[in-house]
Design a protein around this ligand. Structure first.
Ligand code: HEM
Length: 467
């Protein structure tokens, strides 16, 4: 006889207050760390009570692989994330559900397809060259700087150039930059997802007012991009779209899709946001591992020098293929310091996960780190061993399916190839020419959850390598 599945309320969990439940205990910026600590205390799955709305928390990565593959029909991202994205004006591909999802997915997949790389490569080299000059100046001045900030400028420049045909050159721009405004969006998104009451609609706090003006600045930036895209389309001969923005504008003009101005705007912003923090943080979290493992830095430097030759940045797509260890190093640091700390899903009808009933409208959350650092999935799990990700690796037995940092199933990250090209470009340039020193003890590195896991500070100093 099959046992009756457990409900959310019957699962253990931290004791909360009457009515409020665990609301006041939850700190959004530390949520993934709190959930990991509660899982150690109460076991997995456990539950949180957000004013009568349960959240089931699990570290069962196999169950999540299953959930993620059953989308968009049986499972979706949670409703609160969509509502928050709608309010902030970026309800694009990431939060689309039902019939709206597939057409947007196809469009963005096409734009991010790796077959576009040859045409885009010269621009990618140009942006990487700019970052190289920034690093060169920092090394010459013995400057201590925050690596994450520089990488965020890089990723915004790359995404804009690829998807919207415009390189904003934020690396060399000082003063008011679009990233400063974008930096306020993710923490606010997380706060809103976790809040059972939409208090900000009635009680605008100083941080909400700052968010409002940041959103206005970001929307103005996006609108200007779209206006310039339209103007360029008007002026050029009809032909194939040269980038995502043109593809969206052309579809909207032809009337063959339901893409209206609001959706175009939402997807431009979605791509800017999705491409920035994720890639920059994944690269940034690699720095402490490199600093602690000079032998890995040397191995990466050797790989990079062999691919780059005398050039300052990767000279071609063939050479990009040789930079396998660069990509492996970032995969390995993402395993030990996951950039995506938690995943939240919601069923479209009642579903049983393991022996737990997740009712329609309830949320289930995966904490990813336990599986990434379990000896069941990775040999010597606490060791930083980039080689384990190499194609012909003989480094023990690994269940790489436990690595869900890019998601899985039909909604797997469409930007993962671009992200790994950026990783190869940046790390090869960095390590071919410099040695990285971390100027903050790695024990003091603090993880802040702002949708992705961001280092509070990642201060480094670069030393020129003597060839
Ligand atoms: C290291 C870098 C990155 C990481 C770790 C990452 C991670 C993720 C994850 C976990 C998801 C959810 C997948 C799922 O639900 O199964 C996702 C979705 C998405 N990512 Fe990425 N991402 C990265 C880079 C990028 C880049 C560079 C872009 C584009 C410029 C991008 C665009 C998107 C979009 C549009 C979605 C939504 C896809 C959908 O819902 O169909 N990502 N990403």
């Amino acid at each position: 006889m099959t046992a009756t599945p457990r409900t959310a309320e019957s699962l253990p969990g931290p004791k909360g207050l009457p009515i409020l439940g665990n609301l006041l205990q939850v700190v959004p910026a530390r949520l993934h760390l709190q959930m990991e600590a509660w899982a150690r205390e109460f076991g997995s799955p456990f539950h949180l009570d957000m004013m009568g709305r349960p959240i089931i928390v699990s570290d069962d990565v196999a169950a999540f692989q299953h959930i993620m593959r059953q989308r968009p029909h049986d499972w979706q991202r949670s409703t609160p994330v969509r509502l928050a994205a709608q309010e902030m004006g970026f309800d694009g591909l990431f939060t689309a559900e039902g019939d709206e999802w597939l057409p947007q997915r196809k469009l963005i997949m096409q734009a991010l397809n790796h077959t576009n790389l040859p045409a885009f490569f010269p621009l990618l080299q140009q942006v990487t060259e700019r970052l190289y000059r920034r690093f060169e100046r920092a090394a010459a001045a013995n400057e201590i700087f925050d690596m994450t900030d520089e990488l965020m400028r890089y990723t915004v420049d790359v995404t804009s150039a690829l998807a919207f045909g415009e390189d904003p050159n934020t690396i060399e721009q000082s003063g008011d930059r679009i990233q400063q405004h974008m930096a306020l969006i993710f923490p606010a998104l997380l706060r809103r997802i976790m809040a059972p009451i939409h208090w900000w609609r009635w009680l605008p706090s100083p941080s909400e007012r700052r968010l409002k003006s940041a959103l206005a600045a970001v929307h103005a930036h996006v609108d200007a991009l779209i206006a310039r895209g339209r103007e360029q389309l008007r002026q050029r001969q009809p032909g194939k779209p040269r980038h995502l923005l043109e593809a969206m504008l052309m579809q909207a003009q032809s009337g063959e899709s339901a893409l209206d101005d609001q959706r175009i705007r939402a997807n431009v912003l979605t791509l800017l946001l999705a491409g920035e923090d994720t890639t920059a943080n994944s690269l940034s979290w690699c720095m402490p591992f490199l600093a602690e493992h000079p032998e890995v830095q040397d191995a990466l430097a050797a790989e990079a020098r062999s691919a780059l030759g005398e050039a300052s940045v990767c000279p071609g797509i063939d050479q990009l293929d040789q930079l396998e260890l660069c990509e492996a190093a970032v995969h390995e640091s993402m395993r030990l310091r996951p950039t995506i700390g938690i995943f939240m899903m919601m069923p479209t009808s009642d579903q049983v996960v393991g022996d737990v009933l997740v009712r329609k409208g309830e949320r289930i959350c995966l904490i990813h780190r336990p599986a990434l650092q379990s000896a069941k999935n990775f040999d010597q799990p606490m060791q930083f061993k980039p080689q384990r990700w190499l194609r012909d690796s003989r480094e023990g037995v690994h269940d790489k399916r436990a690595f869900l940092q890019f998601g899985t199933g039909p909604r797997i990250c469409p930007g993962r190839h671009l992200a790994m090209v950026e990783v190869r470009m940046v790390l090869s340039m960095l390590l071919a020419h410099f040695r990285v020193e971390l100027t903050i003890p790695s024990t003091e590195l603090e993880e802040v959850l702002a949708f992705t896991v961001t280092p509070r500070r990642m201060t480094v100093r670069l030393h020129r390598r003597m060839h």
